[in-house]
Design a protein around this ligand. Sequence first.
Ligand code: SF4
Ligand code: SF4
Length: 347
Amino acid sequence: MIIPAVVEAAAGWKSMLENPQAETVFENARINGEPFGRVFDIQRFSIHDGPGIRTTVFLKGCPLRCLWCHNPEGMSPSPIISFLPEKCMGCGECVRVCPQGAHHLVASESDDSTITHVYDREHCITCGHCTEVCDTRTVEIVGRPMSVKEVMKEVVQDKAFYVTSGGGLTLSGGEPMAQIDFTVALLSATKEQGIHRCLETAGFANRERFLRVLPLVDLFLYDFKETDPGRHAEFTGHSNQLILQNLRFLHDAGARIQLQCPIVPGFNDREDHFAAIAALSRSLPNLTGVQLLPYHPLGKSKLERFGLKPAVHVSDQPLRLNQLEGWIHWLREQGVPLLNPNGSAPA
Ligand code: SF4
Ligand code: SF4
């Protein structure tokens, strides 16, 4: 059965997919034979992406389209322009350099001192010229090509913190498996440095890709988003069949896996889904733990900045604490090795 809210949401994402910046072409970029990654963020001193203090590298491109995605700028493999007009000081530099005439500074009819900055995303070709001249970071390009060497330069800076805290590198996204050559090269370089490696994945990738990363990953942070294959397809664009097959494959191959379950009000905060989390965890006895990830409307607030259409019905409210506590209590009673919301083991 397709529920009306889902139809509405699907329409929202359909508009997003029609945006020219949201195509889903996956390729492995190489320059002079070296794999290059498309990186949209590097966060140092991250404490929520695996054990200890970590550097999290976010790679662009994801084959899924989760309605609640909190990193919508990472979905498309291509660079995307971030536009925050409230930061603009009206210097006009972007207007001067844009080959497409995509920036307009419009004076208010009633008050000459008030200027509205209009950015025409339809005509923008993402050349990045305006981002190079904007001192206020009103316009920024998100998703730059980086070599393994460039990323490693940032990663190794905090090696001392990884050692003392039990941390390391986390690859996230987007979906790191979508840029498999770069992911393998970066994991290999980090392994050579003796740095711990986590890979955050939604699991939607060919088995052959998982075979390549298996010997390089110390801990998989593996998403389980929805039990019902049909609902999974409605919420994310694909069924969960391949994802569950890969999860079992990795588990049976001896990988260390932490299951991550986003809980989104109105989507998967259902008894049958929590019962399925419990059953799945029982059937995978070697999981290092299960973490519930309560929905936060952060991704929704980012949509406007990236010119993406919102999935209008996804809640503006985070999950209520008492609801979450109820489910945590119930799952613990079922024997699920539940981690604290920050990923640490319960005291
Ligand atoms: S360059 Fe930056 S600050 Fe200047 S008008 Fe353009 S967006 Fe505004
Ligand atoms: S990225 Fe290039 S085309 Fe797009 S607005 Fe900036 S200068 Fe113009």
